[in-house]
Design a protein around this ligand. Sequence first.
Ligand code: AVI
Length: 356
Amino acid sequence: MVHSNPYHLCSGCLSLLFSPFELFLKVRLFMSTQSSSSALHPTTCESSAEASVFLQDVQSGLAKSQKELHCKYFYDERGSQLFDQICELEEYYPTRTELGIMAEHASAIAERIGSEAVLVEYGSGSSTKTRLLLDHLDSAQAYLPVDISGEHLHQTAQQLRVDYGDLDIHPIVADFTTSFRLPASYVSPRTTIYFPGSTIGNLKTEEAIGLLISIAEKCGPSGGLLIGFDLAKDEAVLKAAYDDAAGVTAQFNLNLLHRINRELDADFDVKRFVHVAIYNQEESRIEIFIESLDEQKVCVAGELFHFQPGERIFTEYSHKYRVDQFVSMAAQAGLKMDALWTDSNDYFAVMHLSPV
Ligand code: AVI
């Protein structure tokens, strides 16, 4: 069985390409979208090149004064299983809320996208949400799922071809955050990028704007962006969602240390670390850390790292936007909102934007 992975990354591939977009960001982004229901391949390092990028990232992250590990590394096989479990938790509202919005407003959303669209999905995992769209779109020209995991892509495309016989389905194996281009024959004034899952919230603001810029460049003058993102809300709701009573999110976060032990010849004593999720009100985001319970030393492939009691490793941001904040971030990328759908609690937003 394979599991959800909102990053769909292959660290070996990731180290190879540097687009103008990446240079602009001065970071490498390896993101894709989440899906609770789809089967996505785990991202355990499969080659020595990938393992060496992972090792470099871990050692350089732990050498920083604020220790950090990139959240893209959450999603090995076990991490992807745990993420699937998170999506099913009572406290974790985003997945079911977004799906509810899509189910309730599918025909209005499809109408906003318009007829004869070329639909490009960033991260092709969310087949349930995608099917809701495909079921309602008027004479879509083509569906282009984009994913770094070729095997998964081709499985999805195969099934969709069976179910949507008339639709031109053209999977693209690519990391859309790097130097990804649409094939010339699919470049259309009606290109709509679909980016569900609120994965944009895991990016730093400048990274999110960079990604939106690259999207604005791709969607046609009569096309746009359909994006799902999480909304700012009561702190108690957020803290419960990222520190659930059953401790699944804690296991998900700490699995990163198990993964490093497994794959990188490290000796984290995982029981001497705990999961911490903080709500940073000023930045309107959840910040996730792994905290050391006591003074300890950890060896990662021969390199020693010291931890003080209470010292934290930063692992993830999850931004919660106000609609006006998101609109102004999108404006910096040359995109303007033209439709918005939310749930009855205003927990989550699905927004349609067009190039200015
Ligand atoms: C993938 N991403 C949108 C999730 C989120 O809610 O930020 C990742 C996650 N981290 C902890 N729980 C879920």
